[in-house]
Design a protein around this ligand. Sequence first.
Ligand code: NZQ
Ligand code: ZN
Length: 388
Amino acid sequence: MNDFVFSVPTTIYFGKGQVEKLGGIVQQYGSRALLVYGGGSIKRSGLYDKVLGQLKKNFVSVTELAGVEPNPKIASVREGVRLCRENKVDVVLAVGGGSSIDCAKVVAAGACYDGDPWDLVTEPARIQKALPLVTVLTMAATGSEMNHNAVITNPETHEKLGTAGQALKPRASILDPELTFTVPKRQTAAGTADIMSHTFENYFTGVKGAFLQARFAEGILRTCIQYGPAALKRPDDYEARANLMWASSHAINGLLSCGAEVAWSVHPMEHELSAFYDITHGVGLAILTPNWMKYVLSDSTVGKFAEYGVNVWGIDANQAPLLTAQQAIEKTRAFFTVSLGLPSTLREVGIGEENLKVMAEHAASHGLEHAFVPLRADDVLKIYRASL
Ligand code: NZQ
Ligand code: ZN
Protein backbone atom coordinates (compact mmCIF):
# COMPACT_ATOMS: atom_id res chain seq x y z
CA MET A 1 0.00 0.00 0.00
CA ASN A 2 1.31 3.46 -0.92
CA ASP A 3 1.36 6.51 1.36
CA PHE A 4 -1.65 8.79 1.12
CA VAL A 5 -3.48 11.82 2.46
CA PHE A 6 -7.22 11.35 3.01
CA SER A 7 -9.47 14.28 3.78
CA VAL A 8 -13.23 14.57 3.28
CA PRO A 9 -14.38 17.72 5.03
CA THR A 10 -17.97 17.46 3.74
CA THR A 11 -20.54 17.14 6.53
CA ILE A 12 -23.20 14.63 5.49
CA TYR A 13 -26.78 14.98 6.69
CA PHE A 14 -28.22 11.58 5.79
CA GLY A 15 -31.81 10.42 6.04
CA LYS A 16 -35.47 11.33 5.88
CA GLY A 17 -36.44 14.98 6.17
CA GLN A 18 -32.89 16.34 6.44
CA VAL A 19 -33.91 19.18 4.10
CA GLU A 20 -35.52 20.74 7.18
CA LYS A 21 -31.98 21.67 8.24
CA LEU A 22 -31.01 23.28 4.93
CA GLY A 23 -31.70 26.93 5.77
CA GLY A 24 -29.61 26.78 8.92
CA ILE A 25 -26.75 25.08 7.08
CA VAL A 26 -26.65 27.56 4.20
CA GLN A 27 -26.96 30.54 6.54
CA GLN A 28 -23.64 29.61 8.16
CA TYR A 29 -21.92 30.53 4.89
CA GLY A 30 -23.71 33.72 3.98
CA SER A 31 -26.97 35.50 3.30
CA ARG A 32 -26.94 35.62 -0.52
CA ALA A 33 -27.17 32.23 -2.25
CA LEU A 34 -27.03 31.10 -5.85
CA LEU A 35 -29.43 28.18 -6.26
CA VAL A 36 -28.26 25.84 -9.06
CA TYR A 37 -30.62 23.18 -10.43
CA GLY A 38 -31.51 21.19 -13.53
CA GLY A 39 -34.38 20.90 -15.93
CA GLY A 40 -37.30 20.91 -13.53
CA SER A 41 -37.41 17.59 -11.66
CA ILE A 42 -37.07 19.47 -8.37
CA LYS A 43 -40.13 21.56 -9.19
CA ARG A 44 -42.21 18.50 -10.08
CA SER A 45 -41.23 16.72 -6.86
CA GLY A 46 -41.99 19.70 -4.61
CA LEU A 47 -38.38 19.94 -3.42
CA TYR A 48 -37.92 23.38 -4.97
CA ASP A 49 -40.67 24.87 -2.78
CA LYS A 50 -39.20 23.26 0.34
CA VAL A 51 -35.73 24.62 -0.47
CA LEU A 52 -37.03 28.15 -1.06
CA GLY A 53 -39.09 27.94 2.15
CA GLN A 54 -35.99 26.96 4.11
CA LEU A 55 -33.90 29.78 2.67
CA LYS A 56 -36.60 32.36 3.25
CA LYS A 57 -37.10 31.24 6.84
CA ASN A 58 -33.40 31.78 7.47
CA PHE A 59 -33.24 35.17 5.71
CA VAL A 60 -31.10 33.94 2.83
CA SER A 61 -31.80 35.77 -0.46
CA VAL A 62 -31.76 33.66 -3.62
CA THR A 63 -30.58 34.08 -7.20
CA GLU A 64 -31.32 31.15 -9.51
CA LEU A 65 -29.30 29.35 -12.15
CA ALA A 66 -31.94 27.02 -13.57
CA GLY A 67 -31.88 24.55 -16.45
CA VAL A 68 -28.43 23.03 -15.96
CA GLU A 69 -28.33 20.25 -18.53
CA PRO A 70 -27.14 16.64 -18.08
CA ASN A 71 -23.46 16.69 -19.10
CA PRO A 72 -23.33 20.35 -17.96
CA LYS A 73 -22.04 22.82 -20.50
CA ILE A 74 -19.50 25.58 -19.98
CA ALA A 75 -22.12 28.16 -21.03
CA SER A 76 -24.13 27.36 -17.89
CA VAL A 77 -21.02 27.79 -15.77
CA ARG A 78 -20.29 31.18 -17.35
CA GLU A 79 -23.85 32.30 -16.69
CA GLY A 80 -23.58 31.16 -13.07
CA VAL A 81 -20.35 33.12 -12.57
CA ARG A 82 -22.01 36.20 -14.05
CA LEU A 83 -24.95 35.84 -11.65
CA CYS A 84 -22.62 35.43 -8.66
CA ARG A 85 -20.81 38.65 -9.51
CA GLU A 86 -23.95 40.63 -10.31
CA ASN A 87 -25.68 39.58 -7.08
CA LYS A 88 -22.64 39.47 -4.78
CA VAL A 89 -23.41 35.85 -3.99
CA ASP A 90 -21.56 34.40 -0.99
CA VAL A 91 -22.70 30.75 -1.01
CA VAL A 92 -23.62 28.35 -3.81
CA LEU A 93 -26.37 25.76 -3.30
CA ALA A 94 -26.73 22.90 -5.79
CA VAL A 95 -29.96 20.88 -5.72
CA GLY A 96 -29.95 17.91 -8.10
CA GLY A 97 -27.75 15.20 -9.55
CA GLY A 98 -24.09 15.25 -10.52
CA SER A 99 -24.66 17.67 -13.38
CA SER A 100 -26.08 20.45 -11.20
CA ILE A 101 -23.46 19.83 -8.52
CA ASP A 102 -20.54 19.80 -10.99
CA CYS A 103 -21.77 22.98 -12.63
CA ALA A 104 -22.15 24.62 -9.19
CA LYS A 105 -18.60 23.61 -8.25
CA VAL A 106 -17.02 25.34 -11.23
CA VAL A 107 -19.33 28.34 -10.79
CA ALA A 108 -18.15 28.59 -7.17
CA ALA A 109 -14.51 28.53 -8.28
CA GLY A 110 -15.16 30.76 -11.30
CA ALA A 111 -16.63 33.46 -9.05
CA CYS A 112 -13.21 33.68 -7.36
CA TYR A 113 -11.21 33.65 -10.62
CA ASP A 114 -10.52 36.58 -12.94
CA GLY A 115 -10.42 34.77 -16.30
CA ASP A 116 -12.77 32.49 -18.27
CA PRO A 117 -13.97 29.55 -16.10
CA TRP A 118 -13.08 27.12 -18.93
CA ASP A 119 -9.43 27.73 -17.83
CA LEU A 120 -10.36 26.05 -14.53
CA VAL A 121 -11.44 22.95 -16.43
CA THR A 122 -8.40 22.71 -18.70
CA GLU A 123 -5.94 23.71 -15.96
CA PRO A 124 -7.16 22.43 -12.58
CA ALA A 125 -4.15 23.98 -10.81
CA ARG A 126 -5.79 27.37 -11.32
CA ILE A 127 -8.53 26.37 -8.85
CA GLN A 128 -7.21 28.01 -5.72
CA LYS A 129 -10.37 29.38 -4.13
CA ALA A 130 -14.09 28.86 -4.39
CA LEU A 131 -17.26 30.14 -2.78
CA PRO A 132 -18.59 27.70 -0.17
CA LEU A 133 -20.79 25.02 -1.72
CA VAL A 134 -23.73 23.16 -0.14
CA THR A 135 -25.55 20.39 -2.02
CA VAL A 136 -28.88 18.56 -1.83
CA LEU A 137 -28.44 15.31 -3.77
CA THR A 138 -31.40 13.98 -5.75
CA MET A 139 -29.87 10.96 -7.47
CA ALA A 140 -27.25 8.38 -6.55
CA ALA A 141 -24.51 8.15 -9.16
CA THR A 142 -21.52 10.45 -9.44
CA GLY A 143 -20.40 10.93 -5.84
CA SER A 144 -19.95 14.63 -6.61
CA GLU A 145 -21.71 15.39 -3.32
CA MET A 146 -18.63 14.25 -1.39
CA ASN A 147 -15.65 14.75 -3.68
CA HIS A 148 -13.44 17.39 -5.28
CA ASN A 149 -14.20 16.62 -8.93
CA ALA A 150 -16.35 18.27 -11.59
CA VAL A 151 -16.90 17.31 -15.22
CA ILE A 152 -17.80 20.02 -17.73
CA THR A 153 -18.49 19.85 -21.47
CA ASN A 154 -17.49 22.34 -24.14
CA PRO A 155 -19.66 21.45 -27.15
CA GLU A 156 -17.72 23.74 -29.48
CA THR A 157 -14.52 21.78 -29.04
CA HIS A 158 -16.15 18.36 -28.41
CA GLU A 159 -14.38 18.25 -25.06
CA LYS A 160 -15.77 16.78 -21.86
CA LEU A 161 -13.12 17.19 -19.20
CA GLY A 162 -12.81 16.43 -15.53
CA THR A 163 -11.27 19.01 -13.26
CA ALA A 164 -10.51 18.86 -9.55
CA GLY A 165 -9.48 20.98 -6.62
CA GLN A 166 -9.64 20.82 -2.85
CA ALA A 167 -11.65 24.05 -2.87
CA LEU A 168 -14.44 22.28 -4.78
CA LYS A 169 -15.33 19.91 -1.96
CA PRO A 170 -18.85 20.69 -0.71
CA ARG A 171 -18.98 22.02 2.85
CA ALA A 172 -22.16 20.07 3.51
CA SER A 173 -24.40 17.69 1.56
CA ILE A 174 -27.93 16.57 2.33
CA LEU A 175 -28.55 12.94 1.37
CA ASP A 176 -32.19 12.01 1.78
CA PRO A 177 -32.89 8.72 -0.01
CA GLU A 178 -36.57 9.65 -0.31
CA LEU A 179 -35.56 12.42 -2.71
CA THR A 180 -34.43 9.72 -5.14
CA PHE A 181 -37.79 7.87 -5.25
CA THR A 182 -38.74 9.86 -8.37
CA VAL A 183 -35.55 9.12 -10.35
CA PRO A 184 -36.66 7.48 -13.63
CA LYS A 185 -35.76 3.82 -14.20
CA ARG A 186 -33.22 4.55 -16.91
CA GLN A 187 -31.38 7.07 -14.68
CA THR A 188 -31.52 4.70 -11.69
CA ALA A 189 -29.90 2.00 -13.82
CA ALA A 190 -27.32 4.39 -15.28
CA GLY A 191 -26.51 5.73 -11.82
CA THR A 192 -25.94 2.21 -10.51
CA ALA A 193 -23.61 1.47 -13.43
CA ASP A 194 -21.72 4.70 -12.71
CA ILE A 195 -21.22 3.78 -9.03
CA MET A 196 -19.96 0.36 -10.09
CA SER A 197 -17.63 1.88 -12.66
CA HIS A 198 -16.07 4.25 -10.10
CA THR A 199 -15.50 1.22 -7.93
CA PHE A 200 -13.95 -0.81 -10.78
CA GLU A 201 -11.64 2.09 -11.66
CA ASN A 202 -10.23 1.91 -8.12
CA TYR A 203 -10.44 -1.86 -7.61
CA PHE A 204 -8.49 -2.80 -10.73
CA THR A 205 -5.16 -1.42 -9.61
CA GLY A 206 -1.65 -2.81 -9.91
CA VAL A 207 -0.72 -1.54 -6.44
CA LYS A 208 -0.32 -4.50 -4.11
CA GLY A 209 -1.23 -4.78 -0.46
CA ALA A 210 -4.32 -2.55 -0.28
CA PHE A 211 -6.38 -5.44 1.08
CA LEU A 212 -8.85 -3.32 3.01
CA GLN A 213 -9.57 -0.96 0.10
CA ALA A 214 -10.31 -4.00 -2.10
CA ARG A 215 -12.80 -5.37 0.44
CA PHE A 216 -14.47 -1.93 0.70
CA ALA A 217 -14.76 -1.95 -3.10
CA GLU A 218 -16.27 -5.42 -3.18
CA GLY A 219 -18.80 -4.32 -0.55
CA ILE A 220 -19.86 -1.41 -2.75
CA LEU A 221 -20.14 -3.64 -5.83
CA ARG A 222 -22.26 -6.16 -3.96
CA THR A 223 -24.44 -3.33 -2.66
CA CYS A 224 -25.09 -2.18 -6.24
CA ILE A 225 -25.79 -5.73 -7.42
CA GLN A 226 -28.30 -6.24 -4.63
CA TYR A 227 -30.01 -2.87 -4.54
CA GLY A 228 -29.83 -1.55 -8.14
CA PRO A 229 -32.44 -4.06 -9.39
CA ALA A 230 -34.43 -3.63 -6.15
CA ALA A 231 -34.75 0.13 -6.76
CA LEU A 232 -35.82 -0.53 -10.34
CA LYS A 233 -38.49 -2.93 -9.21
CA ARG A 234 -39.80 -0.70 -6.43
CA PRO A 235 -38.71 2.95 -6.83
CA ASP A 236 -39.80 3.81 -3.27
CA ASP A 237 -37.80 1.01 -1.63
CA TYR A 238 -36.11 3.12 1.05
CA GLU A 239 -33.51 0.51 1.96
CA ALA A 240 -32.46 0.14 -1.67
CA ARG A 241 -32.29 3.89 -2.30
CA ALA A 242 -30.41 4.50 0.97
CA ASN A 243 -27.78 1.87 0.23
CA LEU A 244 -27.27 3.09 -3.33
CA MET A 245 -26.93 6.67 -2.13
CA TRP A 246 -24.29 5.89 0.47
CA ALA A 247 -22.49 3.64 -2.01
CA SER A 248 -22.35 6.46 -4.56
CA SER A 249 -20.60 8.78 -2.11
CA HIS A 250 -17.97 6.26 -1.02
CA ALA A 251 -17.14 4.88 -4.46
CA ILE A 252 -15.39 8.11 -5.41
CA ASN A 253 -14.52 10.14 -2.31
CA GLY A 254 -10.99 8.79 -2.05
CA LEU A 255 -11.74 5.92 0.35
CA LEU A 256 -11.17 3.23 -2.30
CA SER A 257 -8.27 4.85 -4.11
CA CYS A 258 -6.12 5.94 -1.20
CA GLY A 259 -2.90 3.98 -1.08
CA ALA A 260 -3.75 2.16 -4.31
CA GLU A 261 -4.27 4.99 -6.76
CA VAL A 262 -4.19 4.25 -10.48
CA ALA A 263 -5.16 6.23 -13.60
CA TRP A 264 -8.71 5.44 -14.70
CA SER A 265 -9.49 3.39 -17.81
CA VAL A 266 -13.14 3.39 -18.83
CA HIS A 267 -14.08 6.92 -17.75
CA PRO A 268 -11.76 8.67 -20.23
CA MET A 269 -13.20 6.45 -22.98
CA GLU A 270 -16.78 7.21 -21.94
CA HIS A 271 -16.25 10.95 -21.63
CA GLU A 272 -15.50 10.99 -25.36
CA LEU A 273 -18.85 9.32 -26.08
CA SER A 274 -20.76 11.94 -24.08
CA ALA A 275 -18.62 14.77 -25.50
CA PHE A 276 -19.44 13.78 -29.08
CA TYR A 277 -22.96 12.35 -28.67
CA ASP A 278 -24.26 13.79 -25.37
CA ILE A 279 -25.29 10.32 -24.14
CA THR A 280 -25.98 9.48 -20.49
CA HIS A 281 -22.67 8.87 -18.73
CA GLY A 282 -23.68 5.65 -16.91
CA VAL A 283 -25.11 4.16 -20.11
CA GLY A 284 -21.81 4.66 -21.93
CA LEU A 285 -19.94 3.08 -19.02
CA ALA A 286 -22.22 0.03 -18.99
CA ILE A 287 -21.60 -0.53 -22.72
CA LEU A 288 -17.82 -0.14 -22.55
CA THR A 289 -16.97 -1.82 -19.24
CA PRO A 290 -17.43 -5.52 -20.16
CA ASN A 291 -15.55 -4.96 -23.43
CA TRP A 292 -12.71 -3.23 -21.60
CA MET A 293 -12.58 -6.11 -19.11
CA LYS A 294 -12.41 -8.66 -21.89
CA TYR A 295 -9.70 -6.69 -23.70
CA VAL A 296 -7.40 -6.33 -20.68
CA LEU A 297 -7.82 -9.90 -19.40
CA SER A 298 -4.42 -11.59 -19.72
CA ASP A 299 -1.99 -13.80 -17.80
CA SER A 300 -0.96 -10.79 -15.74
CA THR A 301 -4.50 -9.62 -14.87
CA VAL A 302 -6.32 -12.93 -14.56
CA GLY A 303 -5.66 -13.14 -10.81
CA LYS A 304 -7.42 -9.83 -10.14
CA PHE A 305 -10.40 -10.72 -12.32
CA ALA A 306 -10.68 -14.12 -10.63
CA GLU A 307 -10.60 -12.40 -7.21
CA TYR A 308 -13.45 -10.19 -8.44
CA GLY A 309 -15.39 -13.23 -9.64
CA VAL A 310 -15.05 -15.10 -6.37
CA ASN A 311 -15.57 -12.22 -3.93
CA VAL A 312 -18.24 -10.26 -5.79
CA TRP A 313 -20.11 -12.88 -7.82
CA GLY A 314 -19.57 -15.88 -5.56
CA ILE A 315 -18.03 -17.97 -8.35
CA ASP A 316 -16.35 -21.24 -7.27
CA ALA A 317 -12.81 -20.45 -6.06
CA ASN A 318 -11.57 -23.94 -6.89
CA GLN A 319 -11.92 -23.81 -10.65
CA ALA A 320 -9.30 -22.46 -13.08
CA PRO A 321 -8.75 -18.70 -12.55
CA LEU A 322 -9.18 -17.97 -16.26
CA LEU A 323 -12.62 -19.59 -16.27
CA THR A 324 -13.61 -17.65 -13.15
CA ALA A 325 -12.40 -14.41 -14.73
CA GLN A 326 -14.34 -15.04 -17.95
CA GLN A 327 -17.49 -15.93 -16.04
CA ALA A 328 -17.15 -12.79 -13.92
CA ILE A 329 -16.96 -10.63 -17.04
CA GLU A 330 -20.03 -12.32 -18.50
CA LYS A 331 -21.90 -11.82 -15.22
CA THR A 332 -20.97 -8.13 -15.32
CA ARG A 333 -22.31 -7.83 -18.87
CA ALA A 334 -25.54 -9.66 -17.98
CA PHE A 335 -26.01 -7.53 -14.88
CA PHE A 336 -25.91 -4.32 -16.92
CA THR A 337 -28.14 -5.56 -19.72
CA VAL A 338 -30.55 -8.02 -18.08
CA SER A 339 -30.76 -6.89 -14.43
CA LEU A 340 -30.48 -3.15 -15.10
CA GLY A 341 -31.95 -3.16 -18.62
CA LEU A 342 -29.22 -0.95 -20.08
CA PRO A 343 -28.08 -1.04 -23.73
CA SER A 344 -25.11 -3.24 -24.56
CA THR A 345 -23.96 -1.70 -27.84
CA LEU A 346 -22.96 1.75 -29.05
CA ARG A 347 -25.27 1.46 -32.05
CA GLU A 348 -28.26 1.25 -29.68
CA VAL A 349 -27.42 4.78 -28.48
CA GLY A 350 -26.85 6.14 -31.98
CA ILE A 351 -23.07 5.82 -32.16
CA GLY A 352 -21.46 4.38 -35.30
CA GLU A 353 -17.96 4.09 -36.72
CA GLU A 354 -17.79 7.78 -37.79
CA ASN A 355 -15.87 9.37 -34.87
CA LEU A 356 -14.30 6.33 -33.22
CA LYS A 357 -10.76 7.06 -34.35
CA VAL A 358 -10.65 10.65 -33.20
CA MET A 359 -12.39 9.74 -29.93
CA ALA A 360 -9.82 6.99 -29.33
CA GLU A 361 -6.99 9.47 -29.82
CA HIS A 362 -8.55 11.98 -27.42
CA ALA A 363 -9.23 9.30 -24.79
CA ALA A 364 -5.68 7.95 -24.99
CA SER A 365 -4.31 11.42 -24.26
CA HIS A 366 -6.01 11.43 -20.83
CA GLY A 367 -3.60 9.30 -18.85
CA LEU A 368 -4.43 5.85 -20.20
CA GLU A 369 -0.73 5.02 -20.43
CA HIS A 370 -0.76 4.90 -16.61
CA ALA A 371 -3.93 2.79 -16.27
CA PHE A 372 -4.26 -0.69 -14.71
CA VAL A 373 -3.40 -2.03 -18.17
CA PRO A 374 -1.78 0.79 -20.18
CA LEU A 375 -3.76 1.55 -23.33
CA ARG A 376 -2.84 3.40 -26.52
CA ALA A 377 -5.21 4.91 -29.06
CA ASP A 378 -5.24 1.73 -31.15
CA ASP A 379 -6.23 -0.31 -28.06
CA VAL A 380 -9.07 2.11 -27.30
CA LEU A 381 -10.22 1.89 -30.92
CA LYS A 382 -10.43 -1.89 -30.61
CA ILE A 383 -12.51 -1.58 -27.44
CA TYR A 384 -14.82 0.94 -29.13
CA ARG A 385 -15.20 -1.37 -32.14
CA ALA A 386 -15.94 -4.37 -29.93
CA SER A 387 -18.66 -2.22 -28.32
CA LEU A 388 -20.36 -1.25 -31.59
O1 NZQ B 1 -32.31 18.08 -14.73
P1 NZQ B 1 -33.38 17.52 -13.89
O2 NZQ B 1 -34.74 17.98 -14.27
O3 NZQ B 1 -33.12 17.68 -12.42
O4 NZQ B 1 -33.45 15.92 -14.20
C1 NZQ B 1 -32.35 15.07 -14.01
C2 NZQ B 1 -31.67 14.69 -15.33
O5 NZQ B 1 -32.56 14.72 -16.40
C3 NZQ B 1 -32.87 13.73 -13.54
N1 NZQ B 1 -33.04 13.66 -12.09
C4 NZQ B 1 -32.10 13.82 -11.13
N2 NZQ B 1 -32.65 13.62 -9.92
C5 NZQ B 1 -33.96 13.32 -10.11
C6 NZQ B 1 -34.20 13.34 -11.51
N3 NZQ B 1 -35.42 13.09 -12.02
C7 NZQ B 1 -36.42 12.79 -11.16
N4 NZQ B 1 -36.24 12.74 -9.82
C8 NZQ B 1 -35.03 13.00 -9.26
N5 NZQ B 1 -34.87 12.91 -7.93
O6 NZQ B 1 -31.89 12.80 -13.94
C9 NZQ B 1 -31.25 13.26 -15.11
C10 NZQ B 1 -29.75 13.10 -14.95
O7 NZQ B 1 -29.25 13.98 -13.98
P2 NZQ B 1 -27.68 14.26 -13.90
O8 NZQ B 1 -27.43 15.21 -12.81
O9 NZQ B 1 -27.18 14.58 -15.27
O10 NZQ B 1 -27.13 12.79 -13.55
P3 NZQ B 1 -25.83 12.30 -12.82
O11 NZQ B 1 -25.96 12.47 -11.36
O12 NZQ B 1 -25.60 10.94 -13.34
O13 NZQ B 1 -24.66 13.28 -13.32
C11 NZQ B 1 -24.01 13.05 -14.55
C12 NZQ B 1 -22.87 14.02 -14.76
O14 NZQ B 1 -21.86 13.88 -13.75
C13 NZQ B 1 -20.59 13.60 -14.39
C14 NZQ B 1 -21.01 12.88 -15.64
O15 NZQ B 1 -19.98 12.82 -16.60
C15 NZQ B 1 -22.18 13.72 -16.08
O16 NZQ B 1 -21.74 14.91 -16.68
N6 NZQ B 1 -19.69 12.89 -13.46
C16 NZQ B 1 -19.25 13.56 -12.38
C17 NZQ B 1 -18.34 13.00 -11.50
C18 NZQ B 1 -17.86 13.73 -10.32
N7 NZQ B 1 -18.21 14.99 -10.14
O17 NZQ B 1 -17.10 13.17 -9.52
C19 NZQ B 1 -17.80 11.68 -11.71
C20 NZQ B 1 -18.57 10.86 -12.68
O18 NZQ B 1 -17.72 9.84 -13.17
C21 NZQ B 1 -19.16 11.60 -13.81
O19 NZQ B 1 -18.26 11.75 -14.87
ZN1 ZN C 1 -18.65 8.17 -13.53
